[in-house]
Design a protein. Structure first.
Length: 153
């Protein structure tokens, strides 16, 4: 495996009404309850089933982040309500990674998702096509051409 630089912490990402911050042990109880909801769990690999198991998973996630192999964010909405989880994990093979997420059912009303890829990132563009996304705009950011994609249901 290619060695990755150590990562001390993840940045907080925020916009109006939502924040993403690194998953914390204080999230374990709420995330356990969320992941146990039948409408959520039916879309996941078996999640940790207890608060202690979820706490262990959070510890593992943080150690993988420190190794530069993972990023795991808690989605906070409203008044810092834990409403979901987003993760990215690099596997041992340098050309393989996993992304995943779980969102509270009260947020499922979203009908359109938008994503961006650099035009030069052929693999990211291939992934967007595989999930049925369509390019709606070509733009430039930081001197790099990028596509804006959308997925509508």
């Amino acid at each position: 495996m290619v060695s990755q630089p150590a990562v001390e912490s993840l940045p907080v990402l925020a916009c109006e009404g939502i924040r993403l911050r690194e998953v914390q042990h204080s999230d374990a109880a709420t995330l356990t309850a969320l992941f146990q909801l039948p409408e959520v769990s039916k879309h996941l690999d078996p999640p940790p089933s207890t608060i202690d198991e979820f706490g262990s998973w959070i510890t593992l996630s943080q150690s993988r982040r420190a190794e530069g192999r993972a990023a795991c964010y808690t989605l906070l909405t409203g008044d810092n309500e834990v409403s979901g989880l987003f993760m990215a994990l690099r596997f041992e093979e340098p050309d393989r990674a996993e992304i995943g997420f779980a969102i509270a059912p009260h947020l499922w009303g979203v009908k359109t998702l938008v994503g961006k890829t650099q035009v030069s990132n052929v693999r990211a563009m291939g992934a967007m096509r595989k999930v049925g996304a369509k390019v709606i705009e070509e733009t430039e950011r930081n001197g790099q051409a990028e596509y804006v994609w959308t997925i509508e249901r």
